[in-house]
Structures are given as C-alpha cells and as structure tokens.
Design a protein around this ligand. Structure first.
Ligand code: GLY
Length: 309
C-alpha cells in the first residue's frame, strides 16, 4: 500500500491571497502529513498533523487565522474521523484551543461522545492543558472592523454575511484526508466558520457526514457554506458513491454536482481519497487550493488556484 495525504486550504475566490505564501503552507502541511506516515503513523496521525500546520499558518480560516463572528469573537469548529475504527470526534464553537483539530481528536479518543460544544469543549481543552489560542489576528480584526457595519446583525439566515464572506474569499475552511500504508483512511477538518456569523452558529465542520467523513472505502472533507453542506451531507454522499463502486474522482464530481443542483455555484468544495489511494479535489467556487503527496513522491502536486493570481 502506498500512503497518500491530500489537503486543501478552502474554497473561495482567493482573490486577495499571495499564491506563493499559500502554496508554501500547503506544501508544509503535506510534508507534515506524509512524514507521519513515513514514521509508521496512521492515516489519523497524518491528517491531524497536516491540519495543525494549516491551523498554525495564521493566513487561513482555521486555528490561528480563524475569522470572527458578528460580535468580533472567535468560535471555531473542527472534526476528525478514523475510517478504520469508524469513530469520530468533533468540537463546535470553541474559543480556547489554538488547534481545535487536536481537541476534536481528544473528544474521539478520550470521551464517549462525538461532539462537544462551547464552554464544555473549552473546559476539556483547558483540563488537557492544550495550547491556548492567542485571539484573532490583526488581519482578521481589520476585516471585521471594515465589514461589520455592512453585515446583517440579526438574521440567522445571514445571506448578506455569506455574500460578504464570498466577496472576501473567506470560505477557507481547511482539511486533510489520508490513506496510510496499512490501508486505513482518515479525515480531519478545521474552521473559524463564516465571517460575521451569528454568535453560536455551528457549521458543517463539526458534523460527521457533512464536513468530514471516513470509512474503509474512502475519506472526504468539505469546505464552503456549512448550511448547504449540512443539508447535502456532502462528504457522506461522496464516500457512499465510492462504496457503490465509483472512483474517488467520479464520486467527488457526482456528489458536488448533486450539491450544486440543490444550492447553486459558489457554495462548496471537497477533497477525497479512496482505498486505492486515488486523490481528488472538486469545487464549484472560483478556486480551492489543494494538493497531495504520496510516500514515494519527492514533490507534492498542487492545484486549484484561480487563474488570475
Ligand atoms: N464550512 C465551514 C463553515 O461553514 O463553517
């Protein structure tokens, strides 16, 4: 079996980002994932390590770079799933941990629960002595100040805020999927959610089957407008299609096509890998930087930037 790690930096317009900077982060993330596999780690180790690098970059909408809600506060969602054991763990609306993906893994491994939210999840992070988040970056606070007056302050439908997020290209949830050398599959996802979201809002990244899913056939993570991904069950749908016999490439395209038929363009993207190790990234947005690396590859494959950058 030839291990492979796939990561993405989020679906969106990617108009205001430095391509070299984002490419560097994706490559570092892929290397962190593949190094875990080379050391004999599991697919779960690989996706968590890869996602930590994306969270720590500070330039993507997850971990250190997470965007803020309508009150200017950070609340992050993350999830992991181990396709081999069929177990999942997730955190919703957490504020404490620097790396929500690590906390999601702890929920899966240390508790009998699947999703912990808000203060309870933060309490677990505190008790486990996980590194604390330092708060929103200057870039995020600047965006908040600039756009908060244009946001819809009351509507939980927040269509106007999603429009702002799309304009800003801020749908950049991050994630990773992997197949390890023993044939196990795993998925991990992390996000600050939609910028200017109503406080307390939870997106797809905390919901197994929506933002992330893995079994013995495939693993997928999604990015985009969580309210649409939760209703199309995008990652579960894609992995089910693999189980029905489609390749990862066809499964991703079919699942996204179904999603787009329900919710239109500019709403979602996903990365996927099947048990043969075929990786793929599909999106209905202008861009979704993603890449993959196999154990035997020197340089990763990178794709998904908008043509104009
Ligand atoms: N896909 C991330 C979110 O909607 O929160």
């Amino acid at each position: 079996m030839n291990g492979v790690v796939v990561v993405h930096a989020g679906a969106g317009t990617w108009r205001f980002f430095n391509r070299d900077e984002v490419t560097k982060v994706i490559k570092s993330s892929l290397r962190a994932g593949i190094e875990a596999l080379k050391r004999g780690g599991t697919a779960l180790d690989a996706v968590v390590n890869a996602t930590i690098v994306l969270e720590d970059s500070g330039i993507l909408n997850a971990g250190l770079g997470s965007v803020v809600d309508a009150l200017g506060r950070l609340t992050m969602d993350a999830g992991v799933m181990d396709g081999y054991t069929g177990r999942a763990g997730a955190v919703a609306a957490v504020t404490y941990p620097k790396n929500p993906v690590v906390l999601a893994r702890k929920v899966m491994e240390l508790t009998d629960h699947i999703i912990l939210s808000g203060s309870g999840a933060d309490e677990l992070a505190f008790r486990l002595n996980l590194p604390k988040h330092p708060g929103p970056t200057e870039r995020v606070l600047k965006l908040y100040k600039e756009y908060v007056s244009k946001a819809d302050p009351t509507s939980v439908r927040f269509a106007k805020n999603v429009k702002i997020a799309k304009e800003l290209g801020m749908l950049d949830t991050v994630g990773a999927v992997a197949l390890d050398n023993d044939g196990r599959l795993a998925a991990a996802v992390s996000t600050g959610g939609i910028i200017l979201k109503f406080p307390g809002r939870v997106g797809d990244s905390a919901i197994p089957g929506a933002g992330f899913y893995a079994d013995r056939y495939g693993a997928a993570v999604a990015t985009g407008v969580g309210e649409t991904i939760m209703m199309s069950l995008l990652t579960y749908r894609a992995v089910q299609l693999i189980k029905e016999g489609y390749t990862a490439i066809t499964a991703a395209k079919m699942a996204l096509q179904f999603h787009t038929s329900l919710f239109g363009k500019d709403t979602a993207g996903l990365i996927i890998v099947d048990r043969s190790g075929t990786p793929y990234g599909a999106y209905n947005t202008q861009a979704m930087p993603w890449g993959y690396i196999r154990v035997d590859m020197e340089e990763p494959y990178i794709s998904g930037f908008p043509e104009t950058t």
